[in-house]
Design a protein around this ligand. Structure first.
Ligand SMILES: [Zn+2]
Length: 170
């Protein structure tokens, strides 16, 4: 396994649309393992493949609380086919926008279809933090990051702060 470098805003790759995965084999699973290790090391609760420079429709997520066992989830070619009418607000962060947070409103629940680590079709009804996390990570596959929901002034300020953070931590 290996820890992969995470790209940050304003990297133009983060604006690109990711492509579906053709087949789930050992080579892909090695990449999934690397993504998971990278996410845990960051540390973070979700990571999309584009954030480590690969435009593939893949997410890894683990929203288990710190005092519980890890619960790694792999979503390949995920598709949200239902969202609830009620909304929830979470103070979101992103490994590609280090140290910056904002309250973002999204549907409180969602249902998602995807392929798992073994390439098996799965369906999940997600609630609470997991529902928010899936929607946040799915946005990455469409070239969207959470600061895109903010005003242009705020967005520019966040990008400036990230540039400074990256420079200071180089
Ligand atoms: Zn993110």
């Amino acid at each position: 396994m290996a820890i992969l470098p995470i790209i940050t805003v304003p990297d133009p790759l983060l604006k690109k649309i990711s492509k579906p995965v053709d087949n789930v084999d050992d080579k892909l699973r090695a990449f999934l393992d690397d993504m998971l290790e990278t996410m845990y090391a960051a540390p973070g609760v979700g990571l999309a493949a584009v954030q480590v420079g690969r435009l593939a429709r893949i997410l890894v997520i683990d929203t288990a609380p710190d005092d519980e066992d890890p619960n790694p989830m792999f979503f390949i070619n995920p598709d949200i086919f239902w969202t609830s009418d009620d909304f929830a607000v979470y103070n979101e962060g992103c490994l590609s926008i280090p140290e910056q947070y904002a309250d973002i409103e999204r549907p409180a629940e969602c249902k998602v279809r995807y392929l798992d680590y073994n390439g098996k079709k799965q369906e999940l009804h997600a609630k609470e933090l997991l529902a928010t996390c899936i929607q946040h990570e799915m946005d990455h596959l469409e070239g969207v990051v959470f600061i895109d929901y903010l005003s242009k002034i705020k967005r520019t300020m966040y990008v400036k702060k990230v540039k400074k953070y990256v420079k200071d931590n180089d």
